[in-house]
Design a binder for this molecule. Sequence first.
Ligand SMILES: NC(=O)c1ccc[n+]([C@@H]2O[C@H](COP(=O)([O-])OP(=O)(O)OC[C@H]3O[C@@H](n4cnc5c(N)ncnc54)[C@H](O)[C@@H]3O)[C@@H](O)[C@H]2O)c1
Length: 469
Amino acid sequence: MMKRQLKKNILCIGAGYVGAPTMAMIAEKCPDYKVTVVDINPVKIDAWNSDRLPIYEPGLEEIIRRNRGRNLFFSKDIEDAIRRNDIIFVSVNTPTKTFGTGAGMAADLQFVEKTARQILKCAESSKIVIEKSTLPVKTAQAMERILASGKDNVTFEVLSNPEFMAEGTAISDLENPDRVLIGSRETPGGLAARRELVRIYNRWVPPERIITSNLWSSELSKLVANAFLAQRVSSINSISALCEKTDADISEVAKAVGMDSRIGAKFLKAGVGFGGSCFKKDILNLVYLCRYYGLPEVADYWENVVRINTYQQDRFLATILSAMFNTLAGKRICLLGFAFKADTGDTRESPAISIAGKLLAEQAEVVISDPKALGNAAVDLADFAGRVRYVEDPYLAAKGCHALVIMTDWDLYRRLDYRKLYRSMVRPAFLFDGRNVADHAKCFALGFNVYPIGKPALSHFQPPSAVRG
Ligand SMILES: NC(=O)c1ccc[n+]([C@@H]2O[C@H](COP(=O)([O-])OP(=O)(O)OC[C@H]3O[C@@H](n4cnc5c(N)ncnc54)[C@H](O)[C@@H]3O)[C@@H](O)[C@H]2O)c1
């Protein structure tokens, strides 16, 4: 059989939630390009090359299976891959710094910088280096300075191409993005590199959805997009607290507000708070940048988005505690869902981590159920080993429990047989719906004491308006 000639070589450094799905999509849409993904974590590369992928994402397995070994490759040899590829995406993690100046706020850029230095060390020809990671504005300048310190005959153009996909819908977001943003220097070299990347996306993204900008607008836009999304969640959650005091219903308020076309209906669902690896980290990064540039009022404004998120989780725990007669010691509580959102196994910054920790601090027995996230949950709660049970089947998990706490909006939890659950639980049985997914009136009629978010509680002990203090 004749070997197919692949026209372009593309590399991605970082085989995580962003790097691997993004490259799988490029491989799918550009069958004549060879796409390689590398990572410093060899276990991850082995997993990407196996039948058990390291992450769960709807549609991901199929796209990997179709392209892997054809024009999509996962490799541990980073140095060789850098030598062979002239278009290099950098999609390494950029967590919040945990040490030194800016600890708890600024982005930890050590992985990005190490990658830049490794590219510099191994490159034997000129390259386009594309920031795919979410980075503080002006990071490209640091990348450029590191990359410019090498051999004269090898040059680098740094582009910013932040990723806007969301976990849970990553494959459809990548296939049909609202927009692709490409930032570059506005020099002849920068513009040529920008055109090169536009050509790749042009294979499947309509030209009007590919937008270009200078480097700094591109870097900043990603932080701002996440800050705006998280802000909407905190806005509706702050109003859910007021609803609980006034017998207004947050779903009715959100519907009435969201039907204003200037506001829009998306991201107006009240719940126990946002999680995920990005929102909190990116807002804190924005806050840090604002303080760094002497804008304390702007920093305070955005910091409150994170504060309301913490407040919402604290409020939820307070509701559980007060509804259950101010003691949880020895009571068995089942968390339905541990992933930070539906359709992912990712638990990074999931509100379930802090709620589980607080329930355990109250000496409750905790049972965790989730269709995809039990492995990650066990890692997150490793400090409580022996005190937490992990049971995938929600009916087995709920058996003998005093309360159900819905933490993730898995569709599965909308369709549960709550009668069956109720029958297997200790009475009085409680349902705390942190995602407003259950049919509350029906659950109340079955016998549950029901505590939604931002709606009147339905308790068999007190008249509805007197339930929350
Ligand atoms: N997860 C999301 O939904 C999402 C969405 C948009 C943007 N982002 C951003 O994309 C970036 C990556 O996020 P992620 O969720 O994919 O992270 P991740 O932790 O899943 O993956 C990052 C990978 O980079 C690898 N890595 C780190 N240093 C390396 C090095 N020097 N050489 C090779 N590999 C290295 C790690 O081993 C890890 O596998 C972050 O900046 C994040 O903010 C994430």
